[in-house]
Structures are given as C-alpha cells and as structure tokens.
Design a protein around this ligand. Structure first.
Ligand code: 7MF
Ligand code: ZN
Length: 878
C-alpha cells in the first residue's frame, strides 16, 4: 500500500507557467557520493501567466538544500517553504527580472533509479527526460520553460578526465588538489529535460561530417577503452542519418559538435539531449563477432531516431508531456523511413507492423489503453508507451499517405518554420499540415484523442464489371471511453486478375491500378468500375492504417495472394493469415481431442517460397516465418497458451518433415563460413539460412543436431552463432549444456553478449526453463541494478515466453511479482515496465485470472509502493 494516494495530472488543467527562466548557470563539483550543485537562474514573470500569485514554486526531489538567495540576498527560513517535491519562495518581484541562486547536494551513488545524476560503472551521467532534472536542482521542470544553459563541471582529473555537457566547450583549466574544470555553453534555449552531463574515464572515437551548406561538424563517440573497437557502425549510422535528414526533410545540423556517450546502466534505449546524446551501450556497440544483424539494424535506427530529434523534439519541442507523441510519434516515423530507405522498405514495414500488431494492439485492447495523446497520468514515465510511439508513428504515416510525400514535406516545412524555438502541441502539427496543403483534417484529429484499435469489416459484391465494397468501422470501448466515433481511415487497395496480374479499374472516373480511398463514415460504400472479371481484392496495402481488417477469404484465395500480390506487405500478410487460420483449426482440434493433420495447401505454398530464387532473401525469410505465439493469442477469445504452442510447433514440424530436403538445400545454398559483414546480401543470406535451420531443428534428428552444433562451433559472426545456439537450446540436442557453457566462457567479458545468453535461456520453450530462470537469478553475472540484465532475464521470460510464464501452477506469476516488489525500491521505472506482464490477465481462463490478480493485489498492497508501479498495477486491476 502507498502512504498516500498519488495525484493524477490532467491535460485539461494545463496552464502556462507563471515564470520563465531565460538563463541558467550551473556549477557542479562532482563526487560519487556528494556532488555539490550551484544553480543561478535568471527569472522573470511570464507575460502570459493567468495567476496573480507573488510566489514562485520550483520542483525538486531528493535534494539537500545548502543555501538560497534572491538577487544576492540570502533567504531566511521564513521566506520559503520546502516540501518533498517543491520549494516555494513566498514573494518574488513581479515587475522586473530577478536572480535566484541555489546551492544543493546530491548523492549519485545512491541513485539506483537512474533518473537525475547517477553512477554507471565508474562514470557519472544524467537522464532528465521526463522529470529527472528536478533530482539535480530545484527548477521549473516543465518543457514549456526554455532556457539557455551554461555549465561548469569541476572534478578530480584522474577519476574524471572527460567532462561533457551540452553545446560548445567555452573554457577549461586546472585547479588545486588534482582537480580540473571544463565549461560548456548551449546557444539554443531548451527545456531542462534536454540537459545532460557526463564525467568519466572515456575514450573518444572522432570523425567529421560536412553539411550540405559546407559546415564542418565534429562527431565524437565516447566509450570505455575496451569498447573503442565497436563504434564504427554507430559512427557510420550517424553520418548516414545526417545526410538522410538533409536530403529527405531539408534539415541540417545546427551546432559544430555532436557527441554520443555509451553507458551500461540506462533505463531505456537512448536520449536526445542537445548536442550530447546518451545511449544505452546496446544501441552503440557492434562488432560482427559480438552483435547480430538485427543489432546492427537497431543501432542504425536508434542513432537515427536520436539524431532526428534534434529537429523533431529539440528545435521544436512539446508544450507539456501529454503532447509526447508530437515528438515521439513523428520521430519514430522518421526513423522508420530512414531505416527502410537504408535497407529494404518492404522488410522494414513488415517488421514494424508485426511489432505494432503483436504488442501495441494488445495494449490498446487492455486496461492500460490510452489515446496517443493521453488525457491523464499519475506517473509520466508510464506513458512512454507503444501507443504513444508506435501508434503515434502510424498516425503520422497516415498523414503522409493522405497528403502524399510532397504535401507531407510541405506540411513539415511549415511546422518547423512556424514553430522553431517553441514548445507546441499536436494540434499545431496538424494545423501546419492543413495550412500547407489547404486541406481540412477535422475528423482525422480524432486519432489523437480516441483510444482502441478500430475494426473494419468488409463485404464485396460484384456485378457487371462493377465491384462494390461495403466497409463498416467500429471500435471496442476502452477505459473511460465507452463510445467511439468513426475515424478517417485511409485504405490503400488494388485488385488482382485471375492470372495474378494487377487488374485495372475506374474509381471516381479515373483509371488506375491502385488507389487510396478515405473511409470516414461508420458504414460506407466504395464502387470500382470497368473491371472485366471478378477480381481478388488486396486491401489495406502497406498496412495503410493501424486497424484490424475482417474480410471473408478461403485458404485458396490467401494462397493466391501469397503467390501474386504485387504489394509486398499484403503478400506477406496473406501468408500470415493462411498460417493463422490453419493454427486456429489445429487449436480447435487439440481442444476437442482430435488428431492433428498437416495442411497440403500450406506445404505447397512454402515449397514455392523455398523454390523462388528470385525474391529478396530477407523477404523470403519473412515469408517463411510463423506468426508469433503472442500475436495468435491476441486473436483468441480465451488465450490457450499450451494449445497455441502445440499447434504452432505442429505446423513447424509438419513443414520441416514434408520439406526437409528443400530446407536442407536452401540452407546449404546460403550457408557460408563468413566473418559477418553487414551488407544487405549477407544479411539476407544469414536470415534465410537460419530460418531453415530453425525448421530443421524441429525434426529432432541426429543430422539436424549436428548441423546446429557445427554452425555454433564454427561461427565467426554473432548472427550465426546465436541462431545456432538457439537451435541447440530449443531442442533435445545432447550438446546443449556444453554449448551454453562454452558460449558463456567465450563472452563473459562482453556484457551485451552475456545479455543474449540470459535471454536465450529465458525464452526457451523446453520444459526445464522455469528452473533454469530461477537458477540464473543466482548467477554471479545477474544484477538487479542493471536494467539490461533485468530485461534480458525477467523481461524476456515474462514478455517473450508465454508458454512458461503462464504455467498453470502460477510459478511464473509469483516469480514476476517477487521481482517487481524487489525492483520497486531499486528502480521504479523498470519495476513498472515489468508489471506490464500481468496487464492482459482478463484474456486468460478463470484459474489463471485468479492467479494473476492475486499477484497484482500483492503488488498493490506492498509498502512504499512507487507511483510508477502503483499506477500500472492498480489500473490493471480496475
Ligand atoms: C527508437 O524517445 C525508438 C524509441 C525517451 C526514451 C528514446 O529518444 C527517446 C527518448 C523510451 C522508449 C523508446 C525510445 C526512447 C525512450 C526509443 C528509442 C529509439 N526521448 Br522511454
Ligand atoms: Zn524519441
């Protein structure tokens, strides 16, 4: 139980700040346990303030006050009031600017929440988004207060030779007692959530970039000495991102220096602090022998994401935290475009949609559903969600689809020009899109305020060359939103003739092969003319809107689309639908106690994919992938974890059995002993070959054991090594214990590889997994204070191992609740993320519901519960 029920913050209560802070001068005397902070604030009354109060209230948490003065006069105890979360000065001048000087002490070593200033290994660093700056000093910690920062860092020169902060270095020098100082100035006004400092023994990997207008920018990546040889890919990704943003959005970098620091202890992926990004090492470090191809892709995506924030987030920022999707949805859309352009747009789109549908759709259908612009929160850190990020990106993508690439670009140009240097709202973004294009997006705005995933039901009628599609849209209720209004849904579509070729048609008088129609009504008809025969429809091409599509199709039609659809997304989607239907049929057989039989339509479809030498290799690997167990569960009225697993494994085994020669042939054709260069053709080769290996593993035969073990022992790149180890571990391969041991011994000094070792075991589907997970908790390398390690074991088990996490006896649930309670005091943000494993409890059978709600109640009743955990656990139960 919490000591007091925490406050809810509402969007409708937003008011402009009463004061503004134009300039901030910070001085840090850095020390692991006793850092002294001096802050000089140039404050003035906000002309837009709506209050008459003479008091100034600053936010501050876990700070020890040393002294405070106003215009150089020390304040007496009666001049101000301190609470756990605020400092209020009772009277400040209202008619002129004034200066506040504050001195306080913080303890970075005791900060295991990793918010504010903290210690990571032997390095000091900060994380201020969303509200971490208030753990550094008292301040108007809200994004609509934008200030110019000057920062002086003082520290021991041996322990902290490198001292970094935002902007340009303006001075440095030595001090007595082996200390030194460095001063930084950021010429751009920014909200304090973009402040950063870093101090430590770091090596610098340097390069440079010349902008389109000819300015030379110094690029610096700071890492610990043993990681200097793993920065090449991150640096190349940064240069690619800088060039791409110039070419695609006409946006150029604005400082002379861009720094990235990689730290081991980080609550999330990375942070876009102005001129000084701080990254989780996971999204910087890569060498072919330590990082997989998908690690390489994620690094490029995250480097791009943080770089793109320099415009979509920093130059134009958010007015308040309810507008988070303004910067995040937009920036995720930009990083998705970038990654697609860098590799294969088709493959990237499928990966993004797959993630959205498996995870964001679940969030949207559960007790934590919220619009991309939420209306209320208890703890803002809980709203860095898949909905705000991924659905937010889909909403931006729909604008791109509706306005076209050129119209969208004009809207962006107007947005950046109009709002440069401002803190704005989602409304301002949509308005710029409207004004630049002379269109009206009134109904479209509902995507910002309405939660839940819309369902489209489509019926078709064909008569005399004319096809009529009747589309109904509806949306299930979500918490606090029982009634839903129709949304503006762009539906991209095309038709296929009987021979698989595109069928031309007339829509609204124009001849075309593909069209984007706008669904705006609850029920609407679309008529397509001049068709010579009844076509096969291909709807929602490229996944043109984040909706669930319901349309009646038989397996033959799906197999036809899987062979012929010219839209790469829908071709893949047809295969997924086909496999899903077959799996649901098998689940029904399992539940009724019938024997299972292999499906010949599927086998022939897969035979064709394996034989199709033409297609892109990564894309072929995706066509061969089976829908994830979590995604399948999301489509069942009552999730039956065992039946899903059994049915999916049956499909895998029947395909492997029927096509074992084909899988072996494709494997052999693409298997090369390679040191692992990261180029599209090598990546595709590895992807396809390892997909084949995974099927062959299902056979549980000496040949396939040998294949996996040989690949494991001879692999010279992490993609092949981990794929082989996964094959070994997820089978009864006798070499399992030995391979796991040898992998650990080989990589024990590489934290990111050890994370993979934990995850592989935590996500294993073999029966001994829960016991393994428990014993791994006692492993010397396990550490509850390192978020990456917690995610690699506790997170992976509870979020990516449905079969064992949802074990009937409730062991998995008790295990997770115990970890949440332990983490609650160490790191509330990570603890709250872990509670997410229980959010979907209503979707399971009554026994499991009882077990999960018991654990949720045990969490809610814990003493000293953080706001973070309280909000997720109590909303999950509601
Ligand atoms: C790519 O958004 C996509 C999403 C907040 C922290 C990074 O730049 C960020 C930060 C969270 C969750 C996901 C991401 C980030 C954060 C992220 C990173 C790369 N402003 Br929390
Ligand atoms: Zn972001």
């Amino acid at each position: 139980m919490r000591d007091a029920t925490p406050q809810t913050v509402y969007l409708k209560d937003y008011t402009p700040p009463d004061y503004l802070i134009d300039q901030v001068e910070l001085v840090f005397e850095l020390d692991e346990q006793r850092t002294l902070v001096r802050a000089g604030l140039d404050v003035r009354r906000n002309p837009d303030s709506r209050s008459a109060s003479e008091a100034l209230t600053l936010f501050g948490e876990e700070l020890l006050l040393v002294g405070i003065s106003l215009d150089g006069q020390a304040l007496a105890a009666g001049d101000y009031t301190l609470s756990d979360e605020t400092l209020t000065i009772h009277r400040v001048p209202g008619d002129r600017p004034f200066r506040i000087d504050i001195e306080n002490i913080i303890d970075p070593q005791a900060n295991t929440a990793l918010e504010g200033l903290y210690l990571s290994s032997s390095m000091l660093c900060t994380q201020c988004e969303a509200q971490g700056f208030r753990k550094i000093t008292w301040f108007l910690d809200r994004p609509d207060v934008m200030s110019r920062f000057t920062t002086k860092l003082i520290a021991d020169k041996t322990q902290y030779p490198v001292l970094l902060s935002n902007g340009n270095k303006i001075g440095a020098g030595n001090l007595d007692g082996g200390r030194h100082w460095v001063a930084w100035q950021d010429p751009f006004a920014k909200p304090c959530y973009l402040f950063a400092l870093v101090a430590g023994q770091l090596e610098c990997v340097a390069d440079e970039f010349t902008t389109v207008s000819g300015r030379r920018i110094a690029l610096e990546i700071f890492v610990e000495a043993h990681n200097v040889d793993k920065c090449g890919h991150a640096m190349q990704s940064l240069k690619n991102a800088m060039r791409w943003d110039e070419e695609t959005y006409g946006l150029e970098y604005d400082l002379d220096l861009y720094m990235i620091v990689a730290v081991d202890h980080f609550n999330m992926g990375a942070m876009e602090n102005k001129g000084l990004n701080v990254f989780n090492t996971k999204f910087v470090l890569a060498r072919p022998d330590t990082a997989t191809d998908s690690d390489y892709e994620h690094i490029e995506g995250v480097i791009g994401h943080e770089y793109f924030h320099n415009w979509s987030g920093n130059r134009v920022t958010c007015r308040d935290w309810f507008q988070l999707s303004l910067k995040e949805g937009f920036t995720v859309f930009r990083d998705q475009q970038f990654s697609g352009d860098r590799s294969s747009p088709a493959v990237k789109r499928i990966e993004d949609v797959n993630m959205l549908r498996t995870r964001q759709f679940a969030e949207d259908a559960g007790p934590l559903a919220h619009p991309i612009r939420p209306e209320a929160y208890i703890e803002i850190n809980n709203f860095y969600t898949l909905t705000v990020y991924e659905k937010g990106a889909e909403v931006v993508r729909m604008l791109h689809t509706l306005l076209g690439a050129a119209g969208f670009r004009q809207g962006c140009d107007m947005y950046f020009k109009r709002h440069d240097g401002q803190a704005v709202t989602c409304e301002d973004f949509v308005k710029a899109m409207e004004d630049a294009n002379g269109v009206e997006l009134t109904q479209f705005r509902r995507w910002y305020s309405q939660a839940g995933t819309p369902v489209l039901e489509v019926e078709q009628a064909f008569d005399a060359g004319r096809l009529t599609l009747t589309v109904k849209q509806s949306c299930p209720p979500t918490p606090n939103q029982p009634e839903k209004l129709p949304l503006h849904v762009p539906i991209k579509l095309g038709f296929l003739a009987a021979d698989g070729s595109p069928a031309r048609f007339q829509y609204r008088g124009e001849f075309c092969e593909e069209a984007t129609v706008s669904l705006t009504e609850a029920e609407q008809r679309f008529v397509f003319e001049s068709l010579t025969e009844k076509p096969i429809v291909s709807l929602l091409r490229g996944f043109s809107a984040p909706v669930t599509l319901k349309i009646d199709r038989d397996p033959e039609e799906l197999a036809f689309l899987l062979s012929y659809d010219s839209d790469t997304f829908n071709r893949w989607e047809a295969g997924q639908q086909l496999v899903s239907r077959i799996i649901f049929g098998l689940i029904a057989d399992i539940q009724a106690g019938r024997t299972l039989t292999a499906n010949p339509v599927l086998i022939e479809a897969f035979r064709a994919i394996l034989a199709d030498a033409g297609a892109d290799l990564s894309y072929r690997a995706l066509l061969l992938s089976l829908p994830d167990e979590g995604y399948l569960g999301g489509q069942m009225a009552v999730v039956d974890v065992e039946a899903i697993h059994q049915a999916r494994e049956f499909v895998r085994l029947s395909l492997a059995t029927a096509l074992s020669a084909e899988f072996q042939r494709v494997y052999a054709e693409h298997h090369q002993d390679e040191s692992g260069c990261f180029d599209a053709s090598a990546v595709g080769r590895r992807r396809l070959k390892n997909a084949c290996l995974s099927y062959l593993t299902a056979l549980e035969k000496p040949d396939s054991y040998a294949l996996a073990e040989t690949q494991f022992r001879s692999a010279r790149n992490m993609t092949d090594q981990i794929a082989a180890l996964s094959a070994v571990v997820n089978s009864r391969n006798p070499a399992k214990a030995d391979c796991l041991d040898s992998f650990y011994r080989q990589w024990q000094r590489e934290a990111l590889v050890v994370d993979k070792w934990f995850t592989l075991q935590a996500t294993c589907h073999m029966p001994e997994t829960f016991a393994t997970v428990q014993s791994l908790m006692q492993h010397p390398a396990f550490d509850m204070k390192t978020p990456n390690r917690v995610r690699s074991l506790v997170g992976a088990f509870s979020q990516s191992n449905p079969l064992h996490f949802h074990a009937r006896n409730g062991d998995g649930y008790r295990f997770l609740a115990d970890r949440v309670i332990e983490l609650n005091t160490l790191n509330p943000q990570i603890a709250a993320r872990m509670v997410g494993g229980f959010a979907q409890w209503r979707r399971y059978d009554t026994d499991r519901q009882a077990l999960m709600t018991r654990e949720l109640r045990r969490i809610v009743e814990t003493e000293h519960l953080s706001k973070d955990v309280y909000e997720i656990a109590s909303k999950s139960l509601a």
